[in-house]
Design a protein. Structure first.
Length: 410
């Protein structure tokens, strides 16, 4: 099914798709890759995502979502691409081309469910019943840390690092805000894609796990059709001042050391699997919304190295990355578990399309929000080293939520 629809009609049509998935209890994922115009989406007609280890060589087309805590790698959720659609924008107009990829469904029950799904969508469009469905989840046990609590947590981490227990830990906090009655989550998502052209912008909803939206700047692993593996080391944060050339941006020693720890962690993972043939570029300054970060790109030719399983192997070694957990991983994870007053769930886990058109792109779930039926939870973290100043780390978490809060309108 291919049709051309205006931006206004696009919002209505995707809203109808969104409402239909909630009415039928189906998982849905929308995403847009960095520096692209095409929005993609998949719907799992089974109603339940598969809980599995993400094995890029074994899984069919779909979308993966992993929680932050996933020590055996078997708690990831996989949304099957029973329906795969795209929205490709015409750059000269405000028109989108909607295309259903019409993937073959060998199961006749799934085929019937697909027909019923699109009939539900048509009914919603005809009745114009665009009721504000945001999330099937109504409650979440969280405790928002105020400035004093967060800064005390940072101070404790610094003391333990000075005692030699670990080198770095990433601490996060939540901000819970009521949702305005007229909030339209699809419209909010489209605003997010426009505000973060260089990020991976996603919106997912899974029964029992709720609705999550985010704009992540950090690839954990990527494999393309040319069999090139890519990952990045992203760390260090400062405000972005438009007009200042990136080549003139100055970094403090604390941020340089923090980013170097992340780069070394990835290279040590390469060493564990005896991989020496990789290219390293950076660190360089990059823009992510209203912030600047230091980034190093690492790439591997999987054909030249005869390592076709590299994506799967590195995913298990890297998650959770030192950019969202710390170094060494185990003591940093213990500190997070013992001191953060909230459950991260999918925040700082990973998510992204798997084996879609022969490519897999998984990102760390950063700059993200969890949506409940009547409120939204913002997540933000900061990398803590012995050079950290608690008040500055608090301000960093405030900066990381500013753009998202403006887009949501709270």
């Amino acid at each position: 099914m291919v049709s051309s629809i205006t931006l206004t009609n696009t919002l209505e049509y995707i809203q109808a798709l969104w409402i239909a998935t909630h009415q039928m209890g189906l998982p849905i994922a929308l995403w847009r890759l960095p520096e692209t115009q095409e929005i993609q989406g998949i719907i799992d007609l089974s109603g339940q995502p598969q809980k599995t280890v993400i094995d890029l060589e074994e899984l069919h087309s779909g979308f993966a979502v992993s929680p932050f805590i996933n020590p055996e790698a078997d708690q990831s959720l996989f949304i099957h691409a029973d329906i795969h659609f795209t929205l490709e924008q015409d750059p000269s107009t405000e028109t989108y081309i909607f295309s259903d990829k019409n993937l073959p469904l060998n199961d006749p029950i799934l085929q019937i469910r697909k027909e019923n799904f699109y009939q539900t969508v048509e009914n919603i469009l005809q009745t114009r019943n665009y009721s504000s469905v945001i999330s099937s989840r109504t409650s979440y046990q969280t405790q928002d840390a105020d400035q004093a609590i967060f800064e005390d947590m940072v101070s404790k981490a610094i003391r333990e690092m000075e005692e030699g227990k670990f080198q770095k830990v990433v601490l996060s906090r939540t901000i819970t805000v009521p949702i305005k009655e007229d909030t339209n989550i699809i419209q909010t998502y489209f605003k997010l894609t426009q505000s973060y052209p260089l990020a991976f912008v996603s919106l997912i909803s899974i029964p029992e796990h709720g609705t999550w939206m985010g704009a992540s700047p950090e690839v954990i692993i990527s494999t393309n059709k040319q069999k090139i593996f890519r990952t990045i080391a992203l760390a260090g944060t400062q405000p972005y001042e438009p007009g200042v050339p990136l080549s003139e941006v100055m970094w403090k020693q604390k941020e340089i050391e923090e980013q170097a720890l992340v780069s070394r962690y990835i290279i040590n993972c390469f060493k564990k699997i005896r991989l020496r043939e990789f290219e390293e570029e950076g660190p360089k300054t990059v823009v992510a919304g209203n912030l600047l970060h230091l980034r190093t790109d690492l790439t591997v030719d999987m054909q030249a190295t005869q390592f076709p399983q590299l994506g799967t192997v590195m995913l298990r070694l890297l998650h959770p990355t030192s950019a969202v957990c710390g170094t060494p991983k185990e003591p940093a994870m213990d500190f997070i578990s013992n001191h953060e007053p909230h459950n991260r769930e999918f925040y700082s886990g990973f998510l992204g399309p798997v084996n879609i058109d022969g490519e897999s792109h998984l990102f760390v779930n950063l700059r993200c929000t969890q949506w409940l039926s009547n409120r939204v939870i913002f997540y933000a973290g900061a990398g803590i080293t012995t050079g950290s100043i608690p008040e500055r780390e608090w301000r960093e978490t405030e900066l990381k939520t500013q753009t998202m809060r403006k887009i949501v309108g709270v």
